[in-house]
Design a protein around this ligand. Sequence first.
Ligand code: NAI
Length: 320
Amino acid sequence: MAGPISFAGRVAIVTGAGGGIGRAHALEIGRRGGMVLVNDLGGNVEGAGGSAAMAEQVAGEIRAAGGQAVASGASVATSAGAAAIVETALAAFGRIDVLVNNAGNMRVARIEDTSDEDWDALIATHLSGSFRMTRAVWPHMKAQGYGRIVYTASSAGLFGVEMQGAYAAAKAGIVGLMNVAAIEGGEHGILANAILPNAMSRMADKVAEDWDPAVTARGAAMIEAFGNAMNPEFNTPLAVWLASEACHSTHRIYSQALGRNARVFIGVVPGWQAQRQSAPSVEEIAEHWDAIVDTAHGFTTPASPHEELGGVIAAFPGPA
Ligand code: NAI
């Protein structure tokens, strides 16, 4: 069993930490000795409005428990907001070791009913927000040769779910951003991972409210059966472990649900290779379809396009 995980001397920014899952992360890092910048726009669940009150409330809770915290009500969705969050953390604590990208909003609609405004609002907060925060902390982490970035993606993005096209696209995009942050951060001691949480929160309530009533009723019955295991706190231990110095995971995705923590990956099966210089015909694709989709003969989980192509090139006959 590992020893206690400490954040003594470490400074963490947790975005969207005025409630729900982010609040649980911030409180836990604060309890473990970390200096916490609690960020939250403090608007409604769709992302409108704003005040620093939610962030200040949680920063106050951390201080009341004997920890150190400051608040920022800036938005992650703009470059100016991201810069303000970083400046507030630096002014208070002088460094930034951890970034937990958790801020998020929610709009629920089928693709055909998704307005430009819905699309833009979700991409701006989840995907652009994660990018802007990453870019803003990067020079500080790079200069000190140390950083931990936790991205909050979603199973909606990796697996798909109805009525969340813009949200799912933003969350899948976050995995792409994490992949590159992990690769570019490696030589600077910056590790990046993504989590797929599951919890009851005001965002989950919003999804339930706006969804198909039959699905919502089934969901409500299931959630009653889960009891406390849908509390935001169930998502925090893995996120905090990934944010800690002791954890060396990078370039990975993890799913959390009801206390089950598990790696998720994107795999490539052996498939079928024509192994010649001329392109395969459409008929050949049809003929070899079973091999192309076959998952029974293993898979690889490439860490880059070069790694994926390495095996293909090895089997390729080369120029004619
Ligand atoms: P939540 O609505 O309680 O928390 C999100 C927080 O982000 C809110 O407090 C909100 O004010 C803040 N926020 C929104 N826009 C912001 C902005 N521009 N700048 C700064 N803060 C902003 O919801 P929850 O469930 O705690 O969500 C936390 C994260 O987990 C989100 O990224 C969400 O997409 C993700 N997630 C949640 C799941 C769940 O089952 N609850 C499932 C998968 C992902």
